[in-house]
Design a protein around this ligand. Sequence first.
Ligand SMILES: [Zn+2]
Length: 325
Amino acid sequence: MRVLLASLAAAALAGCAATAQNAGPGTVKITSLGSHDGELCPLDRAIVFEDPDGTRILYDAGRTVRGPADPRLGKIDAILLSHVHGDHLGDLIQPSANAGTCPRPDFSVNVTPNSNMVNIAMAKQAPMIVGGEMGSFLSAKVGSLGGDPAKLVRLVRFGAQTMVGKVMVAGVPAVHSNGLPPAFLPKEQAQALQATGLTAYVGEPGGFVLRFSNGLTAYLSGDTGITAEQDLVVRGHYKANLAVMNIGGFPFTTGPIESAYVVNELVRPASVIATHVNEPATVNGKVAPNSKTAAFIQQAKMPVHVPLSGKTMQFDGAGRCVSGC
Ligand SMILES: [Zn+2]
């Protein structure tokens, strides 16, 4: 019995050693660029990930990044776009920091037909990484604005991966929709579609897996429901140890109950960042008691971190928040 226990202990130690070997030095800095400083507000989507090597990746600029001149962006090396809905590609933006209120942010600046994402890609000369049929659409748009599509658009469909600095970026499925709102099209095409209630086809929406140089492996859900790939691909193949999970619920994506099932039973990461909450999740930086976010935190079996706008959280290679949470 003692021998068995000893060998079990040795195996456990070996397991720890293997994990430690996979984990590199340093932490990944994760910062939400939301509509209101220190809060998590309904339309907050944008998050910047910074690898220990200095590579900075922007995820879904949406409406809360206040254009390419937003000082919170800094250097950006790549821009991930999950899908083309207005709150992700960016149809409107905030005129100034904290404009409006957290429950009702002011997004009164129209940036169509270009989009916030394309404006940022052009200004930063950073590639937009996209799946589906979004590459050809964005290439044409970038080209029409005088940009170089070969430099500014990178297609990464489901199953494929690319490198940005030392960060591996892979495309994974999201089950949602991905119709291009007519506002992003030239006027004549937009009017024809608007009259019929149709959107333009740009292929499937997606999510991403990012593997950073310290070993942190983050699943970015995009907008999605429950999918088998969250188990078979995100956990099974990529072994994500952090999930950045949409929790907003009816009528668009998984809500708190479904999202808790995803993280508890399918992805099973060490920790979770709640996003796409579609509610004013915090008041004075504290989670509102009767919010969907509070319900999700209660249901999830692992620590859930709330991305307060402008507050940087740091994660080690094992998916644990070590600072700022
Ligand atoms: Zn969407």
